[in-house]
Design a protein around this ligand. Sequence first.
Ligand code: NJP
Length: 237
Amino acid sequence: DTRIAVVTGASSGIGEATARTLAEQGFHVVIGARRLDRLEKIAEDIGGTALELDVTDQDSVDAFAAVLPRVDVLVNNAGGAKGLATVAEADLDDWRWMWETNVLGTLRITKALLPKLIESGDGLVVTVTSVAALEAYDNGAGYTTAKHAEGVLHRTLRGELLGKPVRLTEIAPGAVETEFSLVRFEGDQDRADKVYEGITPLVAADVADVIGFVASRPSHVNIDQIVVKPRDQASSG
Ligand code: NJP
């Protein structure tokens, strides 16, 4: 039986690269995101299945989960950031978007697919958090708090599933050149480019390689957490 890997947020960046890597490893990959046109092109390329998915919408998550016959791997990758602001000037709409997408989005899809991951007999949940899940930095609290919460959600599940046939790995990337910064700054390319000043960022395939490594370990091996950063990216405290 072909093993099925689900990758959320696979219409670009790390998710797209991960879908390609897992397809090369022999998984049938089901890719979900809001931009179905992009997904369909990627699915055609990799021989996978494209399904519309909005992780902030429970009906969308339920419809997505309902059509999956089995799930062996779930990559919780859908996410992102909006804005940069001090706590004093926090934009509540930006915070709401980040919490809905990164925290409740990951909760919704994980909850919906958990029974199938357990049923698989050898399930794997990979959650793409961030170095922002491990650190605090000025102007970043909307994103860092959301990514911390997503990380704690994932690590809690790791404890709760002990004794069940599901492995859980958190991947915490540093700066990766994707559409992430464009989304954060709402299409402002100049601001997005400044993020990478002084460092050579990772590319999406660097992170996908790590996820591919995790997915190809034997079923008794759990890799709890991997932090992957550009060589010259400092810790931010
Ligand atoms: O960014 P991007 P990345 N429902 O913008 C999707 C984390 N990370 O690959 O829905 C479903 O290219 C969106 O698809 P669409 C980051 O927090 C990154 O860098 O079609 N999907 C797109 O496919 C995130 O968790 C960096 O717009 C939704 C994807 O998410 C993960 O890496 C650093 C959605 C985002 O792809 C992948 O981000 C770091 C929704 N409601 C952590 N909303 C970095 N790049 O530097 C968005 O530490 N998506």
